[in-house]
Write a protein that binds this ligand. Structure first.
Ligand code: HEC
Length: 150
């Protein structure tokens, strides 16, 4: 009888240790970078925006100037969303330097979002720029946004 108890005890201990090791699985979660779970997904640009390509992909300097005038209030001087205004919006102003975001979106998506603003996705945080900036200027901004990728 005593034996049986001992075995049961030992088994219990083994199970406990095993459970403990289960917790050791955690570092896998922290691997980051490349885990599918933290992939960013965004919808396709709507209507005519879909499939558009940037006619001025090298206009980074022009885009930078426009960004400093029209975008830093919310996206911050570095474009990473770190600004007093941008962080209070819901959802907050996006970190445009984020590799995962940059890899998830096309130039057509960026042009669409600059043109239509938040309401493209039923958010109201971001101003639309299709009436205040020329098409060429919005593409210059796309070029600059692309240059922000970290
Ligand atoms: C009034 C604040 C505000 C201004 C000004 C603003 N944005 Fe935004 N922007 C936001 C917010 C908030 C979001 C996140 C919510 C959303 O996707 O609409 C966003 C999202 C974006 C996105 C989509 C990123 C994503 O996560 O899908 C792009 C691209 C972008 N902004 C570029 C710009 C550019 C370029 C300018 C300047 C021409 C600009 N924004 C000006 C607030 C702003």
């Amino acid at each position: 009888m005593k034996h049986v108890l001992m075995i049961a005890f030992a088994l219990g201990a083994v199970l406990l240790v095993a459970a403990g090791c289960g917790g050791g699985g955690k570092p896998a979660e922290n691997k980051g970078g490349g885990g599918d779970s933290d992939k960013i997904s965004r919808p396709e640009p709507a209507g005519d925006y879909k499939g558009k390509t940037n006619p001025t992909p090298d206009a980074v300097e022009e885009g930078k100037k426009l960004f400093e005038t029209h975008c830093v209030t919310c996206h911050g001087p570095n474009g990473d969303g770190d600004s007093p205004v941008g962080s209070t919006l819901k959802p907050p102003a996006s970190d445009l330097t984020d590799v995962k975001l940059q890899d998830a979106i096309g130039d057509d998506y960026i042009f669409w979002r600059i043109s239509e603003g938040g309401k493209a996705l039923n958010y109201d945080g971001m101003t639309p720029f299709k009436d205040s900036l020329k098409e060429e200027q919005r593409w210059q901004l796309v070029a600059y946004v692309r240059s922000l990728k970290k």
